[in-house]
Design a protein around this ligand. Structure first.
Ligand code: NAD
Length: 295
């Protein structure tokens, strides 16, 4: 079993670290939030006094932070931890960040002789808890193989997308599509409700029809259609609107760089940013459903 440092124990990182503990790894955890640390400590992780303390002597260093600036700051910032990481360690960043930041961190660590892969995830908090995440990896084939030792305990599907940064590109393509599906599913459900349909019945009909999709089936945005999803819990937990708005910004930056036409992605970003600015940033992204309801 490996010695693993885990930094960033929020909605996603917390359950991921707990799965590593359950698999028998020696996990040393660090987060700026004492409440986040307390949750993983209760499940058997060791709590480190700092990020440097956590990574000292680790075989694998895993980070799960909000955005690129946090990841760059953690590894390469003024109080960056790169110099405390063993040259034999593999650094795995699972955050969703822009590909350029991932490449910058990879290059900065490579200068110090440390291997790095970007490994953003899909599957949400449910997948993190169940250990069924999809990991989308950018890095060398050898580092991809090495990462399986720990990623296999947190996820079911591991994809090698290409070189460092490629995992992030694939991930934002996925999230752009996810946001479009969530907004489309929300407006269709609300139109059905406005015309006298029961949202549960309508969901059942569309699940057996051509409108079937992941948001409708597993993450229904209409309250009380499905149990144990954020919409049935006041849109708490899950994947925050702030994070979806961030990912859509990353997607549109990438589209601008590559000259790609992404009209639906641009519309979805504007919907999410409007929803965020209306004070919903900390709610789950399925709360976009509320935008379509009568006030
Ligand atoms: P979160 O805000 O719940 O957790 C982030 C954690 O990082 C917080 O506990 C915060 O205290 C900690 N943190 C921030 N800066 C830190 C630092 N310098 N050192 C130590 N800890 C630090 O966010 P989340 O929902 O867990 O998402 C994390 C990443 O995963 C994001 O990039 C997000 O886009 C991605 N993601 C989230 C989901 C989801 O469903 N929530 C799904 C897939 C991917």
């Amino acid at each position: 079993m490996a010695k693993v440092a885990f930094i960033g124990l929020g909605n996603m990182g917390g359950p991921m670290a707990i799965n590593l503990v359950k698999a028998g790894h020696d996990v040393s955890a660090f987060d700026l939030s004492a409440a986040a640390l307390a949750q993983v400590q209760a499940e058997g992780a060791k709590v480190a006094s700092s990020a440097i303390d956590a990574v000292t002597g680790a075989d694998y260093v895993i980070s799960m932070l909000p955005a690129g600036k946090h990841v760059i700051g953690l590894y390469l910032g003024e109080q960056g931890i790169a110099s405390a990481i063993s040259k034999q360690a593999l650094v795995i960043d699972c955050s969703t960040i822009d590909a350029d930041s991932a490449r910058k961190v990879g290059a900065g660590l490579a200068e110090q002789g440390i291997a790095f892969i970007d490994a953003p995830v899909s599957g949400g908090v449910g997948g993190a808890k169940a250990g069924t995440l999809t990991f989308i990896i950018g890095g060398t084939a050898a580092d991809f193989e090495n990462a399986k030792t720990v990623l296999g305990n947190m996820g079911k599907n591991l994809f090698h997308a290409g070189d460092v940064g490629a995992g992030q590109v694939a991930k934002i393509c996925n999230n752009m599509l996810l946001s479009i599906l969530m907004a489309g599913t929300s407006e269709a459900l609300q139109m059905g409700i406005d015309n006298g349909l029961d949202p549960k019945t309508l969901s059942e009909i569309m699940l057996k029809s051509s409108g079937r999709n992941w948001t409708l089936e597993l993450y229904n945005p209409c309250p009380d259609v499905l149990p144990n999803v954020p919409s049935s819990n006041g849109y708490q937990g899950g994947f925050m609107v702030d994070l979806m708005a961030k990912d859509l910004g990353l997607a549109l930056e990438a589209a601008t760089q590559s000259g790609s036409s992404t009209p639906m992605g641009a519309l979805a970003r504007n919907l999410y940013v409007t929803h965020q600015r209306a004070g919903n940033g900390k709610l789950d992204f399925s709360s976009i459903f509320k935008m379509f309801g009568k006030k």
